[in-house]
Design a protein around this ligand. Structure first.
Ligand code: PLP
Length: 406
């Protein structure tokens, strides 16, 4: 008889977005005349940059010729894209990353999940609370998380690092020894960033303890403040203890186009093995590369026109973030994030629960948000608002919230 991976049976239902959808659908059905504005899900809304679509059109035409046809590409990504990434995302910041330390993929979600393949099941894993759920669920699937406890909403073997207003939503180094540390800055859901000093402390900890930092930098393009590190590899010593995940999804609107990359430095060695070699082996075995057309589109993000165009789109979302921050502050709410990130983390008023405030905004302002409690127990008492919406709709949503709470 075929047996199954029983760890899957331990996973709680992915309650958050299905429950939001259920409540929104029920409200919309009962109130068909109301127009809802959705500032909940973290998907982008602006079109791809013209430089990107032009490059993709050109690549499609190449594919229609004998000379320009591309079949299976290198599993690690085409050299032209790996070179462009090494140059623009690293060398331009004074960081030396070689193209063969860069692995192009179809998404940071897949990479953050798949990276667990190269690590033992007995590693102690530390995650933030609140957290992007992929880190937790994929470790649970691999058997590294133990058992799930409904009451505490915690897995028995994971080490949770609370991210609260008191620590500026940037976690303290845990007291117990941990081996794999997931960090995400700029953060989803809180919009917080880590300072250079904080990242230096993490790198020192990881090197001293032979731990590995799994650094998700999917929102790097939203950093506006000059002193905030854009990559963990700006920190000295990071190449011997960190893996970085990056994505074109939020940088250049590739959520539906799919292209990302992971950096595994060659200096990173654990148990006598090069993690770069292990990840290369894993990718070559289980992954057949990102489409040529998509990689040409991603390459065009780095052209002068592409850079100007994607920066304009990021600026559009950043203006939304500012509108949300200012408007909600005016409404008397305590907000954080939204300066170096597309997410605004909003404290619920008067000790209201996350879901209670979600319902109030849905019913009274007809605005859909995301309850912070869905990202972990420390998210209780918060909602997440995204800046990825249409500018006019965002202004309207904020005006409605101000009038409801004002
Ligand atoms: N990492 C974080 C923190 C995210 O919030 C998301 C998407 O929302 C991803 C990764 C997924 O990125 P991708 O679209 O490249 O899979």
């Amino acid at each position: 008889m075929a047996t199954i991976n029983e760890n899957y049976l331990k996973l709680p239902g992915s309650y958050l977005f299905s429950e939001i959808a259920r409540r929104v659908a029920a409200y919309a059905k009962a109130n068909p005349d109301k127009s809802l504005i959705k500032l909940g899900i973290g998907d982008v809304t602006r079109p791809l940059a013209p430089a990107v679509t032009e490059a993709m059109h050109k690549a499609v035409d190449e594919m229609a010729t004998g000379a320009g046809f591309h079949g299976y590409g290198p599993e690690q990504g085409y050299e032209f894209l790996r070179q462009a990434i090494a140059q623009h995302d690293y060398a331009a910041r004074g960081v030396t990353i070689a193209p063969d330390e860069i692995f192009v993929s179809d998404g940071a979600k897949s990479d953050c999940g798949n990276i667990g393949d190269i690590f033992g099941v007995d590693n102690v894993v530390a995650v933030c609370d609140p957290v992007y759920p992929v880190y937790v669920d994929t470790n649970a699937m691999a058997g590294r998380a133990g058992d799930y406890d409904e009451a505490s909403q915690h897995w028995s073997k994971l080490v949770y690092m609370p991210c609260t207003a008191e620590n500026g939503f940037s976690p303290a180094i845990p007291e117990e020894k941990v081996d794999l540390i997931y960090l995400c800055f700029p953060n989803n859901p809180t919009g917080a960033v880590a300072s250079r000093e904080q990242l230096e402390a993490w790198v020192a900890y990881a090197n001293e303890n032979d731990a590995v930092i799994l650094y998700d930098s999917a929102y790097e393009a939203f950093i506006t403040q000059g002193d905030v590190p854009h990559t963990i590899f700006e920190i000295e010593g990071a190449k011997t203890c960190a893996i970085e995940f990056r994505s074109f999804s939020k940088t250049a609107g590739f959520t539906g186009t799919r292209c990302a990359y992971t950096v595994v430095p060659k200096e990173l060695v654990r148990g006598g093995a090069s993690l770069n070699s292990l990840w290369n082996r894993r990718q070559c075995t289980k992954f057949n590369g990102v489409p040529y057309v998509v990689q040409r589109g991603a390459e065009a993000v780095y052209s002068p026109e592409g850079q100007a165009q994607v920066k304009e789109t990021i600026a559009y979302y950043q203006r939304n973030a500012q509108v949300i921050r200012e408007g909600l502050t005016k409404a008397g709410l305590t907000v954080s994030g939204g300066v170096n990130a597309p997410y605004i983390w909003v404290k619920t008023p008067e000790g209201m629960g996350s879901w209670e405030f979600f319902d109030l905004l849905l019913e009274k302002a007809n605005v859909v948000t995301t309850p912070g409690a869905g990202f972990g127990p420390s998210g209780e008492g918060y909602i997440r608002v995204t800046a990825f919406g249409d500018a006019q709709a965002t202004q309207e949503a904020v005006a409605r919230i101000v009038s409801v709470l004002g």
